[in-house]
Design a protein around this ligand. Structure first.
Ligand code: SAM
Length: 281
């Protein structure tokens, strides 16, 4: 049985011995591994980088989604860029939204995840409020005229096809597409081993938006500890919404949370000095 090895940084690797290698191949855009493991459950990796596992996806998807959604408080129109496994779409649809547009580069990833990781999307692509567009997120944003209350960038890292989603031109187009009071979030990898990516992302966000910052979530299979999630807006500071208001908003959401609570939301914005040196340096 072939194993999966991610190079976390030079000389540091994360290896999984799958129980079953379910799919291994290339799409038009990226190399795909889908495998199962007794502890991790089913897992997706793209271009040798772990993207999601049934074991810990709830931590990432709940924090990436509910922090901006509940921070906003009345998001009706939501845009997801990337997110091919459907986990973020699933979480957004737990809110009483009117419309969720998802723009994903790679239609094959959506098909493969629906077939082999159905617990991620849980039927979200069939929800009448959701619309899926297959295409490059940056190209879409440069021509977009629709306004969104929340924009969630659930992308791969800033190498390969995901690189454009970290560039100033893309962020400027996102800013133009945010409704008044709107907020954007994006994933920024695990900074312990990739500090340069976080520093650069923080610089780009600051160059485009009035208010920016980061919050953190511990996702075990994004090896190295805290995963950095960025936020940007021209008004709303999602980390400053009082716990009582978050709790009141939480009651409008379907189902129960496994990771997110208003206290976890607030605490996620506490930034240790070593990370603050990267995001404000
Ligand atoms: N949770 C994951 C992580 O942080 O590792 C991200 C998961 S999701 C599978 C990432 C998605 O971003 C992939 O499906 C990929 O195809 C998509 N993607 C990469 N570049 C893109 C682009 N330029 N436009 C739209 N989607 C893109």
């Amino acid at each position: 049985m072939s194993q999966f090895t991610e190079t976390v940084c030079q000389g540091v690797t994360f290896t999984v011995q799958p129980e079953t290698m379910i799919f291994e191949g290339m799409t038009e855009f990226q190399r795909v591994h889908i495998f199962s493991h007794p502890v991790l459950g089913r897992a997706l990796a793209l271009d040798g980088v772990m993207q999601t596992t049934e074991f810990d996806e709830f931590i990432y998807h709940e924090m990436l989604t509910h922090v901006p959604m509940l921070g906003h408080g009345n998001a009706q129109r939501v845009l997801i860029i990337g997110g091919g496994d459907g986990g973020t779409l699933r979480e957004v649809l737990r809110h009483p939204v009117q419309r969720v547009l998802m723009v994903e580069l790679d239609g094959e990833i959506v098909k493969l995840c629906k077939a082999h990781l159905p617990a991620l999307s849980k039927g979200a692509f069939d929800d009448p409020r959701s619309q899926l567009l297959i295409g490059d997120g940056a190209a879409f944003m440069s021509g977009n005229r629709e306004l969104f209350d929340v924009i969630i960038i659930d992308s791969t890292d800033p190498v390969g096809p995901g690189k454009v989603l970290f560039e100033p031109a893309f962020m400027a187009a996102c800013r133009q597409s945010l409704a008044p009071g709107g907020v954007l979030v994006n994933q920024n990898g695990a900074p312990a081993f990739m500090p340069g990516e976080l520093r650069e992302s923080a610089r780009v966000l600051r160059s485009v938006f009035t208010h920016t910052g980061f919050f953190y979530a511990p996702v075990p299979t994004y090896v190295s500890g805290a995963t950095a999630l960025g936020w940007a807006s021209d008004g709303l500071a999602p980390g400053e919404v009082p716990e009582a208001a978050l709790l009141e908003r939480l009651h409008r959401i379907e189902g129960t949370m496994r990771w997110y609570t208003p206290a976890v939301h607030r605490a996620a914005f506490a930034e240790p000095p070593a990370l603050r040196a990267l995001t404000r340096g």
